[in-house]
Design a protein. Structure first.
Length: 221
């Protein structure tokens, strides 16, 4: 199993501002959707937690956008963020989902975890959860998996996701929480932001702003 979480790309901005040049940050006006383009995918996403929507830049070959913020929960400041990559002209939804550790079970009509092999399944199934993910006009999954090796005080719960819309998909990775911080589960906030994603077809793009704000009635994973 391979996590493609871009630590420098995401948390370099949240914790070391000097790593981000100002042109890489999109300022949407908090609470309103921001129009973002990643390769051939154009979409809106809303900064709901006073963070930064990161646009593609040279450091990642213009292949990824991202979101990063710091929130206070239980009296403690905690960072979270995730990368956003584009897949287009998709021939197989499952092939794309597999790259981000998910798979669609046609029999149950549910998203499930994808494992590289039987050994991977045996090791990780007990620390893995999959959640359905619906956005403004897309759907997919989010998966969380706990680290099971290394210093227990440093282990992290990672998450990955994919959102599909026609022949396009937005997929990425992030960290959910440090396992040593049981009150630091940030998944509800991460999913809350991802639910605001709206894919924009080329003939429907409009400037983002209050007049074009999207609603997100679902706030619970």
């Amino acid at each position: 199993m391979v996590f493609k979480f871009l630590l420098t790309f995401l948390f370099g901005v949240a914790s070391v501002g000097a790593l981000a040049d100002e042109s890489a940050l999109a300022t949407a006006g908090h609470g309103f959707p921001e129009l973002v383009t990643v390769q051939s995918c154009q979409f809106r996403i809303t900064d709901k937690y006073h963070g930064s929507i990161l646009t593609p830049r040279a450091e990642n070959d213009f292949k990824f956008a991202g979101y990063s913020t710091t929130i206070t929960t239980d009296g403690k400041s905690r960072d979270f963020g995730f990368s956003i990559g584009c897949d287009s002209d998709i021939a197989s939804t499952d092939a794309v989902a597999n790259q981000h550790d998910g798979s669609y079970d046609a029999k149950t009509k549910k998203w499930v975890a994808h494992y590289d092999d039987a050994s991977d399944r045996q090791l990780l199934s007990r620390v893995t959860h999959v959640y359905p993910l619906k956005t403004v006009n897309g759907s997919g999954f989010a998966r969380t998996t706990d680290e099971i090796t290394g210093d227990p005080n440093q282990r992290i719960r990672f998450f990955s996701y994919c959102i599909f819309h026609g022949a396009k998909a937005l997929c990425g990775d992030g960290k959910d929480m440090k396992l040593s911080d049981p009150k630091g589960n940030l998944l509800p906030y991460e999913l809350d932001v991802l639910r605001t994603v709206e894919f924009i077809d080329p003939d429907t793009a409009k400037p983002a702003g209050p007049a074009n704000a999207v609603s997100d009635a679902s706030a619970t994973p």
